[in-house]
Design a protein around this ligand. Sequence first.
Ligand SMILES: Cc1cc2nc3c(=O)[nH]c(=O)nc-3n(C[C@H](O)[C@H](O)[C@H](O)COP(=O)(O)OP(=O)(O)OC[C@H]3O[C@@H](n4cnc5c(N)ncnc54)[C@H](O)[C@@H]3O)c2cc1C
Length: 421
Amino acid sequence: MKTIAAPAALAPFAGEPAAGEALSGYQSGNTYDVAVIGAGVFGSWTAHHLQKAGNRVILIDGYGAANARASSGGESRIIRMGYGGDEVYTRFSKRALELWLEFFHRTGNQQLFQQTGLLWLSRPDNPQVAKTAEVLAKVGVKFENLSRAELEKRFPQFQLESVTSAVFEPESGALLARRAVQAVVADFIRSGGHFLPEHVVTPARKGAVKSVETRMRNKVSAGSFVFACGPWLPKVFPELLGQRIFPTRQEVFFFGVPPGDRRWSMPAMPTWIDVGDLYGFPDIENRGVKIASDRHGPPFDPDTGERLVAEAQIAEMRQRLAGLFPGMKDAPLVETRVCQYENSSNGDFSAGSPSGNEQHLDGRWGIWSRIQAWSGGGRVPGGASARSWKGAGATLQPGNKVYCSKSARCFNVTSKTAVQV
Ligand SMILES: Cc1cc2nc3c(=O)[nH]c(=O)nc-3n(C[C@H](O)[C@H](O)[C@H](O)COP(=O)(O)OP(=O)(O)OC[C@H]3O[C@@H](n4cnc5c(N)ncnc54)[C@H](O)[C@@H]3O)c2cc1C
């Protein structure tokens, strides 16, 4: 049995590898119950759940867990219960937050969830916030309806202009994304899971997959494979997903707050969403106020895309920030990030098999054992937005119901279908 030399396997990583990035446990010749490819939020939780269910699991990621290119590699991500009228996602999110909190409590990582509250700004002609409130009430999620007058009193930092009212979720907030995912992977490894920091080559489409190969020519054999490759999925399965998942460039800005001014941190400032437009976070861990547009940017390659933000975009965001928060008018830019959404046509989370027939999960690639999973983050005009930080709760397990896109072209959805996996 050959053991891979650690220095070669670790070569792509500079400096001290963070938890979950180091080669751990793998030896060629090993056979696993499940190999999970991709250590973002979806892959890491999938590996965690499979391990907890008694499987021998290996997690594989060419750039490392929640790396700088991954969609899960950002500093913070909103976890919110509201998804307009899409009750299934509210339920997923509720469960996901419970699981994150249980996990953080067990591993002593409570700081990785910041309960900032989540404020939905409602403007005329946008029914999503009202629908959100209906579903939150139905599902039993705590929330408050705030009138314009209450908003002005409670959150005077905002210049509200056409905002008429808001819905406030007091128990939602921000997950410290990169570190949270790395904590899940570290826990998976501590509990005996194996981690291989290598890039998996697309398996042949014909016949059942018994093993996959990496670019370093290592072979991983397993009974089942889960491809949780997020925005890389169109590259991994170009025929199947090349025209179905579209990564777009998304820019994120951090602006420095005035010294000692507590209006910009919690509890004074919540995480907020101005539906269909901007969203932002308070000053968390002294990194500054974060603001970004939820609109889709241009197509983006997660491997080769440069991640610098142009002057014009900085100037535009500076202006938008000052418009919404006059007190931040002269704030300096302290950091920018470029990430990518992976967009399906309707923004829905999806799970499917390489046969391409998402309703056919009990077919040849069948019941869980040969399933691949992917997330459908992002939004389409008028649709609901990125769904994946529910990843913790939406992880597939035998017996779960998975909500899939239903149509001839998979993602051109007119309705959602519950599929028993
Ligand atoms: C700017 C921005 C803001 C966002 N805000 C929110 C938010 O507030 N709330 C929310 O819910 N969602 C948000 N999202 C969406 C969310 O972050 C993503 O949907 C989620 O992180 C996707 O996770 P993932 O595990 O599917 O993919 P990723 O995190 O991208 O992980 C995929 C992994 O697969 C690995 N990989 C790919 N191909 C291979 C291969 N062949 N072999 C080995 N490894 C491979 C990659 O290295 C990568 O680590 C946001 C996204 C962006 C970009």
